[in-house]
Ligand binder design. Structure first.
Ligand code: 5AD
Length: 456
C-alpha cells in the first residue's frame, strides 16, 4: 500500500485534524512515511491565520513539487485545511503540480479522494463544499503508533467553526459557523481514549465557550460547555481536563465555579486578550472591555490561586496609536501572564479590519512587537524562576523533545518539566521538585520521584 506523509501548520485543531486523517488512512491500509522523501502521498495541512503561515505552506509545496516531479513524478501532492478551504482551486491554478485540495469540512473524505487519484479515475480534486455533520467526523485517533511513545494525552474536537466575527480573523470563513458535537458522542470518545491509556484530554474548538449554545443550551445557570466538562469529568481513567480556546466573553461564572468544584479541571486557561485598549477591542469586535477581562482573570486567580494564564496579543491592529499600544503594555505588566503569544497584525482577505483606515507601517509593528516581547518574556522568566523549589504534579508524557534520554511531563498549569526518569514513569502522575528554570522549561529533581510512583 502507498505511504503518506502529513505536515501540519498552525493550531492544535490542525494537529488533531492531521492525526485523524492519518488514522483514517492507516485504517484503509496506508502506511505512514517517516519522511516526505519516501512518501507516495504528501499532504500539507495548512493555516490561514496570518499571511506568513500561508506563505510557508505555499513555499513548501513549490519546493516539494520541484523535487518530486523530477525524481518521482507519481507522488500525489495535496493541500488540506484552512488555506485549502479559503483558496480552493486557486491553489491548483497557482501550483499546477498539486493534485488534491481538501477543505476543513472534508477531512474524512481524504482516503476516498486518494483512491480516485491513484486509480486514475480523477486527475485533480478540489473538495471544499460545506458538509452537514462534519463536526462529528473527527473521531479516529492515532495512539501509540510505532515510533511514537505511548500517548497519555489526547486532543478531542468538540466543535467546529466560530460565529464571533472578530474583525481581524479569517477563521469564520475557513472553519464556517459554529457546530457542536453531542455530549454523548464526546464522552464515548473520551471513554475509548481512557481505555487505551489516555489520562489527560484537551477539549478543542475555535471558541469552546460557545459549545452547544444552539444545540443544547443552558440548564439553569449551567452552560452547555460546563455540562460537557461535567460529563467528561465523570469518565473513569481521565485524570486531567483542559480546553482551548475559550472566548473571554463567554467565560461565565458557571465556568469559573467549575474550577472550584471539578478537581480534574487543570488550573490553566488560555485567554486571548488581543489588546489592552478598549478602543481597539471595540474595533476588533471582541465583545469585552479591558476592565471585564481583568475582572475575569482576578476571579480565576481567586478561585484557583497559581492558575497558569496564557494569552494571545495582536500588535499593530489598524488605527493602533502609541496610547493604545501603551495600554496593551500596561495590561501585560499588570496581569503578568504565564505565557503570551504575540502576533504581528496581518491583514486577511475578506476580513473587515483589512479595509480599515490607519494600517500600521511594518517597521512600527516590528518595533512594538519587540518592546512587548521583551516585557512579557521578562515577566515569564521571573515567574518560571519563582517556581524553583516548589513541588508540582506532572503527568509524564514521554521522552523530552530536546533530549530523548530524559523524560518530560506537564504541570497542571501547563508548564513543561524535564527530568531524569525511566520509561516506566511514562503515563504516571508524579510529584517532582523544581530544581532549575530554563526558558519555557522547568527541570525537576529525580531524587524525589518519591512515593508517588504508581500515579496516585
Ligand atoms: N493577524 C495577526 N494575528 C492574528 N490572529 C488571528 N488573526 C490574526 C491576524 N489577522 C491571532 C490572534 C488569535 C491567534 C490564534 O492568532 O491573536 O488569538
Amino acid at each position: 500500500m502507498p505511504s503518506v506523509f502529513i505536515k501540519t501548520y498552525g493550531c492544535q485543531m490542525n494537529e488533531r485534524d492531521s492525526e485523524a486523517v492519518a488514522a483514517q488512512l492507516v485504517a484503509k491500509g496506508y502506511a505512514l512515511a517517516q519522511s516526505e522523501k519516501t512518501a507516495d502521498v504528501i499532504l500539507l495541512n495548512t493555516c490561514s491565520v496570518r499571511d506568513m503561515a500561508e506563505q510557508k505552506a505555499l513555499g513548501k509545496m513549490s519546493s516539494l513539487a520541484a523535487e518530486t516531479r523530477k525524481r518521482r513524478p507519481e507522488v500525489i501532492l495535496g493541500f488540506m485545511g484552512c488555506m485549502a478551504q479559503s483558496r480552493g482551486r486557486e491553489l491548483i491554478d497557482r501550483l499546477p503540480d498539486v493534485d488534491l485540495v481538501v477543505g476543513t469540512q472534508k477531512f474524512h473524505r481524504t482516503a476516498e479522494h486518494l483512491d480516485a487519484l491513484f486509480s486514475g479515475k480523477q486527475d485533480k480534486i478540489v473538495d471544499i463544499d460545506a458538509e452537514v455533520g462534519s463536526e462529528s467526523t473527527i473521531r479516529e485517533h492515532l495512539l501509540n503508533d510505532p515510533g511514537a511513545s505511548l500517548s497519555v494525552t489526547a486532543f478531542v474536537s468538540i466543535m467546529q467553526g466560530c460565529n464571533q466575527h472578530c474583525t481581524f480573523c479569517i477563521v469564520p470563513s475557513t472553519r464556517g459557523g459554529e457546530r457542536s458535537r453531542a455530549i454523548d458522542d464526546i464522552v464515548a470518545e473520551c471513554r475509548t481514549l481512557a481505555s487505551r491509556g489516555v489520562r489527560e484530554v484537551t477539549l478543542l474548538g475555535q471558541i469552546v465557550t460557545s459549545y452547544g449554545k444552539r444545540e443544547m443550551g443552558r440548564q439553569g445557570d449551567v452552560s452547555a460547555f460546563v455540562q460537557l466538562i461535567e460529563a467528561v469529568h465523570a469518565v473513569d481513567g481521565i485524570d486531567r481536563i483542559r480546553f482551548t480556546s475559550p472566548h473571554p466573553k463567554g467565560y461565565g461564572d458557571d465556568l469559573i465555579e467549575a474550577y472550584a468544584r471539578l478537581p480534574k479541571l487543570c488550573e490553566s486557561a488560555h485567554l486571548p486578550v488581543q489588546s489592552g485598549s478598549d478602543r481597539i477591542l471595540k474595533l476588533m469586535h471582541r465583545g469585552y472591555t479591558r476592565d471585564r477581562f481583568e475582572t475575569l482573570v482576578g476571579k480565576l486567580r481567586g478561585t484557583r490561586p497559581g492558575i497558569g494564564i496564557s494569552t494571545d496579543i495582536i500588535v499593530g491592529f489598524p488605527g493602533e496609536t502609541d496610547a493604545d499600544f501603551e495600554a496593551t503594555l500596561s495590561l501585560a505588566r499588570e496581569l503578568e501572564f504565564d505565557n503570551a503569544f504575540l502576533f504581528k497584525y496581518s491583514p486577511r482577505r475578506g476580513t473587515p479590519a483589512a479595509d480599515l483606515p490607519g494600517q500600521i507601517p511594518q517597521a512600527l509593528i516590528e518595533e512594538r512587537h519587540a518592546v512587548l516581547l521583551q516585557n512579557v518574556n521578562e515577566i515569564i522568566s521571573r515567574k518560571y524562576a519563582a517556581s524553583v523549589g516548589t513541588v508540582v504534579q506532572i503527568l509524564v508524557e514521554g521522552p523530552s523533545r530536546r533530549n530523548s534520554t530524559r523524560l518530560e511531563g506537564r504541570t497542571r498549569t501547563n508548564k513543561i518539566v524535564v527530568f531524569e526518569g525511566s520509561p516506566r514513569h511514562v503515563g504516571q502522575l508524579l510529584d517532582v521538585r523544581i530544581e532549575r528554570a530554563g526558558k519555557f522549561t522547568l527541570y525537576g529533581d529525580p531524587a524525589i520521584l518519591n512515593l508517588n510512583v504508581n500515579g496516585s
